[in-house]
Design a protein around this ligand. Structure first.
Ligand code: DP6
Length: 329
C-alpha cells in the first residue's frame, strides 16, 4: 500500500534564544511554560538521514560516526515511534546524524538535531506534514527544536497542559534584519547538567521559579516588539535580562546548577566594557559556559576580536541568521 519514500534526509540549523525558554507546563508532552523567541543560525547545522529497513529488529542510531548511547537513542526512538504511530508503520529505521559545527566545543544542539530528525523521519514515512506540524513534532522531543524548523526570527508561545499541537511560528525572515551573533567558546567548567534536567530541577526547587514564570512573558513581548521595530537596544537589554534571570533560576535550584566557568564572567565583562565604549552589543548564554554576543554587522569584527582576546575564550566565530529545515528525498 505504500507510496512512502522510506528514506529521506534533512538539514536543520541550531538557534539561539533571545527570550529564553526555561520550565515546562507539561513534562510528559514537553510543553514550555514560558514563551520564547529565537534566531536561527546559519553556522551550526545538523544533517540527519533516516532509512526504514524491513530487516531490522530494532532501530539503529548513529551520531557523529558513533553508536548513540542508550539515553540518546531513547529520545530518538521516541520520535520515531510518534511518527510510526501517525503513519501506521511498524518498520524499524537506521538513523544517521552529523553535526557540522565549526568546532567540537560542546555546542552540540538538540534544537538542530531534533528539527532535522522530525523532518527526515516524517518525510521517509510519507507523512504530508507542513512546517507547523513538523514544529509541533520536533517540540515534543525538545522545545527549542520547534523553533529550528523555521529560519530567521521565530517565536514559540507558552502552552498549557495537554496542548499537543503547540508549535513555533516565524516572526521575521533572515533577510529582514541582518544581525550577527559572535560565539565565544570557553573551556567548560564542571560537567554540564542538560537543559531538560536543569529546568525540571528549577521548577521543583528554585524559590525564584515562580518569579521567572511571572516575568518571562514581558521580556518575550519586548523582544518581539524590538524585532518588529529593528530596535537592537531594546532587544539587547531584554535578552540580557532574560538570560540572567533564567541562570538565576538555575543557580538557586537545589542542588544548584552553575553553568558558568571563569571565562564566562570574563567574556560577559568584555561585552559590558565594549558597550561602555559605545559598541552596541549584548550577551546571552544557554545551559552551558559559552557566551554569545549579538550586534550589528558593522561591529562584528571588533566584538569578535575583543572576545578572542578574553582570557579563557578558546575559539570565536561569527554566525548570522540561517534558513529553516530543508528536506531531501
Ligand atoms: C537554555 O529545548 O534543550 O537553551 O525541551 O527539555 O529538550 P527540552 O529543552 P531544550 O532547552 C533549551 C533551553 C535554553 C533556552 C532556549 O533555547 O530557549
Amino acid at each position: 500500500m505504500t507510496d512512502r519514500p522510506m528514506e529521506a534526509s534533512a538539514r536543520a540549523c541550531a538557534n539561539i534564544a533571545l527570550a529564553k525558554y526555561w520550565g515546562k507546563a507539561d513534562v510528559k508532552r514537553n510543553i514550555p511554560a514560558v514563551p520564547s523567541i529565537s534566531l536561527t543560525l546559519d553556522q551550526l547545522v545538523t544533517e540527519t538521514r533516516v532509512r526504514f529497513d524491513e530487516s531490522l529488529k530494532s532501530d539503529v542510531v548513529r551520531l557523529d560516526g558513533r553508536r548513540a548511547t542508550a539515553v540518546e537513542a531513547e529520545r530518538v526512538v521516541a520520535m520515531l515511534d510518534r511518527v510510526r504511530r501517525a503513519a501506521r508503520l511498524r518498520t524499524r529505521a537506521h538513523v544517521t546524524s552529523h553535526n557540522h559545527f565549526p568546532t567540537a566545543a560542546g555546542l552540540a544542539s538538540s534544537a538542530s538535531g531534533f528539527a532535522a530528525l522530525a523532518a527526515s523521519v516524517s518525510a521517509a514515512a510519507g507523512l504530508p506534514f507542513n512546517a507547523r506540524r513538523l514544529s509541533a513534532l520536533a517540540r515534543a522531543s525538545s522545545a527549542s527544536a520547534a523553533r529550528s524548523i523555521y529560519g530567521g526570527f521565530v517565536e514559540l508561545p507558552a502552552g498549557s497542559r495537554g496542548d499537543a499541537d503547540l508549535a513555533a511560528r516565524p516572526i521575521a525572515t533572515p533577510e529582514q534584519w541582518n544581525l550577527r551573533l559572535i560565539i565565544a567558546a570557553t573551556a567548560p567548567g564542571q560537567k554540564k547538567v542538560g537543559s531538560t534536567e536543569g529546568m525540571e530541577r528549577s521548577r521543583k526547587t528554585s524559590p525564584y521559579y515562580r518569579a521567572w514564570l511571572d516575568q518571562a512573558p514581558k521580556w518575550s513581548r519586548t523582544i518581539k516588539r524590538a524585532i518588529k521595530n529593528r530596535d537592537l537596544d531594546a532587544l539587547g537589554a531584554a535578552m540580557e535580562q532574560s538570560t540572567l534571570a533564567f541562570h538565576c533560576c538555575a543557580m538557586t535550584s537545589n542542588p544548584p546548577i552553575l553553568y558558568w566557568a571563569p571565562p564566562t564572567l570574563a567574556a560577559l565583562s568584555t561585552v559590558r566594557e565594549l558597550r561602555e565604549r559605545g559598541v552596541r552589543v549584548w550577551a546571552t548564554m544557554d545551559a552551558g559556559p559559552h557566551v554569545k554576543a549579538l550586534c550589528e554587522v558593522a561591529e562584528a569584527n571588533r566584538v569578535r576580536q575583543a572576545l578572542a582576546r578574553t582570557p579563557g575564550v578558546t575559539r570565536t566565530w561569527v554566525a548570522k541568521a540561517g534558513p529553516g529545515v530543508e528536506v531531501n528525498l
